[in-house]
Design a protein around this ligand. Structure first.
Ligand code: MN
Ligand code: MN
Length: 467
């Protein structure tokens, strides 16, 4: 059953709308490359649409009613938005969920060292990556350094065109005879992902005897530390309480001679996060309370206080009920169980270069709209949330009512591999959940590719679901 290509159904006016929306998305992923940056920008956008901080509502002992819009930040790395509906909350919510963390190289807590006159930062990669893909490309450093005083320093190095970038070296082909014989997982080892950040010894440009000529043993490292202190105000030991992420430098780009795609870092899963947020913010006066949940740590198992396994979401629903009608445990349980959710994450787009891992009838394709996965998982659906047929039909009906382009797919061939999402975690409350999202090529590579019409149709799909 071949689904029609959604571009062919567009008139000129719609293509303009697609391009306009995708330009806003391109800006978002160019500026927001960490979970903290995504959470912060999402809150700004929500505030512009009238959302207020749930914690302020609680502090001021205010009550909430239908039509009110609130958000709550989870440690600045995850967040939830509620648009309160006219129906009682115990009837359930309509939830959009996606994750805002992406694979990258994290800077270790004791990272800085000098080897000969070169200065490097040691890293520990985050999430599933092909390590060889992260060498010999321009990288930027994003994150925070927190001093023992509590002061938080925001760091972004390598994004402005005038800014220097950093990067991981690769072995020249001329000396790579042994390396080229290794299997791909060993071509570049985890400990070979150290980032080159400097090569100029302290005192360069000074005459002997000048102040600051430098008498340190490791002059190149000393110079880097001096610059970090001067420009950002932190010292070597402050790396211990830092979260610095090395990510591909520079903006996402339009792609294709026909301008139909976007190539950029971190589209898993910011393409679903941004479209979920856009649909959430565009929805007014819902009947059921609508929710947008943007979480951290999906790439390492949804663990930790800011991952989906955290009690944060349940606690915020409890707080919401308390502000609406007074807390009641049974109301909370009913609100969770009666909810419906679209758990959004990217899917593997069919790739002619690697057609052997796809089973075409059940693959997702660029241009065919939002992708639904009844199940994910691997080796016999293991680890999957397998959505009920009744619920799949309900979601299909919502898409068809609004004429949204959609396709139904699996990640790849049976036993070719697999992957997990946050769907099963919400399903633990007994609610109906289905996986869906945008088809992506090069998933987890430094630059991932998406189709603009799919991004637009996914946003429309979320709006149809919330309606
Ligand atoms: Mn993902
Ligand atoms: Mn992923």
């Amino acid at each position: 059953m071949i689904r029609e290509n959604a571009w062919t159904k567009c008139d000129k006016k719609k293509i303009n709308k697609v391009m306009e929306f995708c330009e806003e998305y391109r800006q978002f992923i160019s500026q927001c490359k960490t979970e903290r940056e995504c959470a912060e920008r999402s809150i700004e956008l929500a505030k512009e649409c009238g959302y207020v901080d749930l914690y302020d509502v609680i502090r001021k002992k205010q009550t909430l009613k239908a039509g009110d819009k609130v958000y709550a930040s989870n440690m600045g790395k995850a967040l939830v938005l509620f648009n309160i509906g006219t129906e009682p909350i115990e009837n359930g919510m309509k939830i959009l969920g996606a994750h805002i963390d992406s694979p990258r190289l994290d800077i270790k807590q004791n990272p800085l060292y000098q080897d000969e006159e070169l200065v490097l930062l040691d890293t520990h990669y985050y999430g599933g990556i092909k390590k060889y893909q992260w060498t010999a490309i321009p990288l930027a450093l994003h994150g925070v350094v927190v001093l023992t005083s509590g002061k938080k320093i925001n760091v972004v190095i390598g994004e402005d065109m005038d800014d220097p970038v950093v990067g991981v070296s690769d072995l020249l082909i001329h000396l790579a005879a042994e390396q080229m014989d290794r299997k791909a997982s060993k071509v570049v080892e985890g400990e070979a992902l150290d980032i080159l950040v400097g090569s100029m010894p302290m005192g360069s440009g000074k005459k002997k005897g000048d102040k600051e000529a430098g008498d340190e043993k490791e002059k190149s490292k000393a110079y880097i530390l001096k610059l970090l202190q001067k420009k950002y105000g932190f010292a070597e030991e402050d790396f211990m309480s830092a979260e610095l992420e090395a990510v591909p430098a520079g903006p996402a780009r339009n792609m294709g001679i026909d301008n139909s795609m976007i190539m950029g870092y971190g589209q898993d899963d910011r393409v679903c996060a941004y479209t979920s947020l856009a649909a959430m913010l565009a929805t007014e006066n819902p009947e059921k309370t609508t929710v947008c949940l943007l979480v951290d740590k999906e790439e390492i198992g949804s663990v930790g206080a800011t991952g989906m396994h955290s009690r944060f979401f349940e606690n915020m629903v409890a707080e919401l009920i308390d502000r609406l009608e007074g807390y009641n445990d049974l109301t909370l349980r009913r609100a969770m169980t009666n909810s419906v959710m679209l758990s959004s994450d990217v899917n593997a787009a069919y790739d002619p270069n690697y057609s052997s891992v796809y089973e075409k009838k059940n693959s997702s394709f660029f241009g065919r709209g939002i992708v639904f996965n009844k199940f994910t998982g691997s080796r016999g659906k293991s680890g999957s949330n397998d959505a009920n047929a009744e619920y799949v039909a309900y979601v299909r009906a919502a898409m068809e009512m609004e004429g949204v382009a959609y396709q139904m797919a699996e990640l790849g061939k049976v036993d070719a591999g697999g992957g997990g999402t946050i769907a099963y975690i919400l399903a633990n409350y007994g609610m109906n959940v289905m996986d869906c999202g945008v088809a992506v090529q090069n998933m987890h590579a430094p630059y991932e590719v998406t189709s603009k019409i799919d991004i637009y149709e996914t946003m429309r799909g979320y709006m149809a679901f919330l309606k």
